[in-house]
Design a protein around this ligand. Structure first.
Ligand SMILES: C[S@@+](CC[C@H](N)C(=O)[O-])C[C@H]1O[C@@H](n2cnc3c(N)ncnc32)[C@H](O)[C@@H]1O
Length: 338
């Protein structure tokens, strides 16, 4: 019989058996990481499950001195109240039909152990941010409206106001602070004095991440066609009035009826639901971007065969959004001699 123990963050146990299943509650956390860490003399196998102690079917399939199993509770709560993590001396075969789990990673540990022990800890996403961005992280989360409220109320009101109840292009989804910050920081690399623009800016989340994290940007601008979404962005901007941030401009406008955004250095388009016709019209305006400008989008074929642009990375960059993980592409405007 395998022993099962329920542990909460801060708790640890010494294990006297050859195998232990740890049950950890995944409800009641914000965005962050629960870690279930085990070490043992001679090494261990680790596996995890959403459905029960006997179904630990997701595993790194190798032995290590110890394992840190990282659980992101936000990906688990829809499937289960608990996660189950099994540590043992014997390998646990992976069911080839088992799905790939989102929100669990197995990190091998290298510390030699003198006994079999397990510990659970929790680290909030805020504490994982660089110290100088924690205030921005807090301010942003306090100011923005919950995605569920935006989707269930504001998006519908916007569709009705525009008489476009069934229009796919008004499908909503939005950026999350840390994943979007990481994308900008690691790939786009905003520079002081540059202008950031979001085409279809919704409630302004992306605009505010850029403005709060890069206060030396010359401006961060959002263009949103849906009046209720634009109004919520304006409300949010008011909430952030005490924060250090780059100047923000929010426009309630159809991006196809404006061309002032073509002076930007960084253009974000959450383009996943835009039609080919709309993307072609946007691409025609993007040609007037200055050399070195970066266009960040979600559509594989967009700007791919356009000589005015080069792909910064050929493979999609995986970015977590409010609706799941999606591939993002970055195109850089070439200079005249390139
Ligand atoms: C997927 S959401 C992205 C929201 C935000 N950019 C973000 O990443 O968090 C796309 C937004 O584009 C807006 N939109 C669609 N077509 C537009 C257009 N032609 N002009 C302005 N906004 C548009 C939609 O109303 C929606 O709010």
């Amino acid at each position: 019989m395998t022993e099962i123990v329920e542990l909460t963050p801060g708790q640890s146990v010494k294990v006297a058996t050859k195998e232990l299943v740890v049950r950890v509650k995944v409800r009641g956390y914000g965005r962050g990481r629960l870690t279930v860490e085990a070490v043992a003399t001679g090494g261990l196998f680790a596996s995890a499950s959403k459905s029960g102690p006997d179904a630990c079917d997701w595993t790194a399939s190798q032995r290590a001195v110890g394992w840190r199993v990282v659980i992101e509770p936000q990906w688990w709560v829809h499937a289960s109240d608990f996660c189950f993590v099994r540590f043992g001396f014997a390998a646990h075969a992976r069911d080839p039909a088992a799905p790939d789990y989102l929100g669990v990673e197995f990190e091998p540990l290298t510390l030699e152990a003198t006994q079999f022990s397990v510990a659970v800890a929790y680290e909030s996403e805020e504490s994982q941010m660089p110290a100088d961005l924690r205030e921005a992280y807090r301010a942003w989360h306090q100011a923005v409206t919950e995605t569920e409220i935006v989707s269930s109320t504001l998006v519908l009101a916007g569709r009705r106001a525009l008489g476009r109840e069934k229009d796919q292009e008004l499908t909503y989804g939005e950026v999350l602070f840390r994943p979007f910050h990481r994308l900008l920081d690691e790939v786009v690399k905003p520079r002081p004095g540059e202008v950031f623009v979001d085409l279809g800016s919704g409630t302004g989340r992306a605009v505010f991440v850029a403005a709060l994290c890069w206060p030396a940007l010359a401006a961060c601008k959002g263009y949103e066609v849906s009046p209720p979404l634009h109004s919520d962005a304006a409300r949010c901007h008011g909430e952030l009035s005490g924060s250090v941030m780059a100047p923000v401009e929010l426009h309630c406008a159809d991006v196809l009826r404006r061309d002032d955004w073509a002076a930007a250095d960084i253009v974000w388009i959450a383009s996943v639901c835009l039609s080919d016709g709309t993307l072609r019209a946007i691409a025609a305006r993007l040609v007037s971007l200055k050399p070195g400008a970066r266009v960040v989008h979600m559509t594989e074929h967009f700007l791919r065969d356009d000589d005015a642009f080069e792909r910064v990375a050929e493979d999609p960059i995986l970015v977590e959004m409010s609706f799941g993980v999606t591939g993002v592409f970055v195109a850089r405007r070439r200079g005249p001699s390139e």
